[in-house]
Ligand binder design. Structure first.
Ligand SMILES: [Zn+2]
Length: 265
């Protein structure tokens, strides 16, 4: 990791922390954020420093052996950040916060079921809730890694949520989604335990989401057409055809009996 890239990531980390505040998912200094630099090191937010005062130089650098460098102490949750980055080569960013609705479910140790198809954004049919363990401990880190197996997000029992991503933007997006889904679930529960979508349907949903993440349109069996970009070639061919047949164009216009106010075409 070059110094320039590291400097850019430090700035992006500060911006993301500010967004955690402005979107309302962060509570006080409870949140923390990390980003992989390379196989052996990562950046992490400092402990107890309010995000509004944080500067890129305040961000701590840590190594996988637990050593750190910087002006402050690393987040008290550095252990699960380190362990998740070490275990999960598919992601680079770990975001943790005590967002209100996700934490509301977490204090009841509720796993979020597929009551809504968006539960699939975390990569599976559920968003699990990890068993409770004291903050900052190895037990909490172990519980988080277990709950995150095959998932990009989890709740932490009587604590909060963790969301993962390849980038700051994707981890932040997911954390906000987890909070939104949690809010919907809390509200749905006021009318009783809602019905859940089958595993088969959720597999289809996750397939659609994966297609979209690769820049493709969602498609499904039974679709009789697909939305597609209008190509320049087709538009040009249409223009040529219109020029070649002016008579037909006029003829087509003449008997223009049509409901008032409705545009042709
Ligand atoms: Zn926490």
């Amino acid at each position: 990791m070059s110094k320039t890239n590291e400097a850019a990531l430090r700035r992006e980390m500060v911006e993301t922390c500010r967004k955690m505040n402005s979107t309302g998912i962060n509570q006080g200094t409870a949140g923390n954020l990390s980003m992989r630099l390379d196989a052996d090191s990562f950046l992490i937010t400092p402990s107890s420093l309010p995000y509004e005062n944080m500067k890129p130089a305040d961000i701590m650098k840590m190594w996988m052996d637990g050593t750190f460098e910087g002006k402050h102490r690393p987040s008290s949750e550095w252990r699960f950040h380190r362990d998740i980055l070490r275990h999960r080569e598919d992601i680079n960013c770990v975001l943790h916060c005590h967002s209100i609705y996700a934490t509301t479910l977490a204090v009841h140790h509720k796993t979020i079921p597929s009551f809504h198809y968006m539960t699939g954004v975390a990569g599976g049919t559920t968003i699990r809730c990890a068993r409770y363990a004291t903050f900052g401990t190895q037990e909490l880190s172990d519980a988080a890694i277990e709950a995150l197996d095959g998932r990009l997000a989890c709740l932490l029992g009587q604590h909060g949520q963790i969301s993962l991503g390849k980038s700051f933007a994707s981890a932040l997006w997911l954390a906000i989604e987890v909070e939104t889904i949690s809010r919907m679930y809390v509200q749905a529960l006021t009318l009783g335990e809602p019905p859940i979508l089958s595993d088969g349907e959720m597999a289809r949903v996750i397939g659609q989401m994966q297609r979209m993440s690769y820049g493709q349109m969602p498609e499904g069996e039974g679709a009789n057409d697909v939305a597609r970009p209008r190509t320049a070639k087709k538009a040009a061919a249409k223009k040529i055809a219109a020029k070649k047949a002016p008579a037909r164009k006029t003829a087509a216009r003449k008997p223009a009996a049509r409901p008032a106010g409705r545009k042709r075409g």
